[in-house]
Write a protein of this length. Sequence first.
Length: 260
Amino acid sequence: MLDPHILLLIKANLKQLRLPAMHAEFEKLARQAAASNESFEQFLLRLTELEVTARSANVLKARIKQAAFPVHKDFDTFDFTTVPALNKPKVLELARGEWLDQCFNCCLIGNSGTGKTHVATALGLAACRQGRRVRFFTAAALVNRLEQAQKQYQLDRFLVQLDKTDLLICDELGYLSFSRGGAELLFQVFADRYERRSLLITSNLPFSEWAQVFQGERMTAALLDRLTHRCHIFEMNGESYRFRESMKAKKGPKGDTDKS
């Protein structure tokens, strides 16, 4: 029989020690341990395992929130058959994270709607689960943040924050043009990560057209020299997923195209 007074004191102590999982489950586990004649060591192990599991889940949740993914998409919902040129075994190998330990980069190049953002997000989520710090930006949003920080004399502070990330994801490079100053700031971020931190870029432009983003052959050549030196490059060209889904929606119940 558990002493109610002792139970209250223990739960009060667990609350003060900020052990919420143990506080919530202590009484139930204590009763189970008493009923099954469980040893004190077994009971304590189960109780502490609950706290460790809860804390790990909370840390992961915070890490994913900090990454600021636009949506949460994993590989289990990605149809590799729609992009036959994409090397599925190689992509799934990257999800294990060794490339981040080696400070390699990754580029996903292809036309719109082929799942580049999906794959980038899935790799980012995998990195978060491995305890790594990840940040996700569209190229336009990152340039805006850099220019804003510069105007507010906080650029160095923001650059330090970016430098602490194990994986910086820059999505949709090439969709929008930047000012010369914005392009130079983006170049600085990319170049500073060379052989120190990993970078994942998605772009609808082949490398040969990146000069229109960075507004000059010299800057582009210098960037690509660093970026592609230690880089996994995947071409993701194919039919747009959004277009394919739109065509499916237009078909009637018998598979006929809606002619209305």
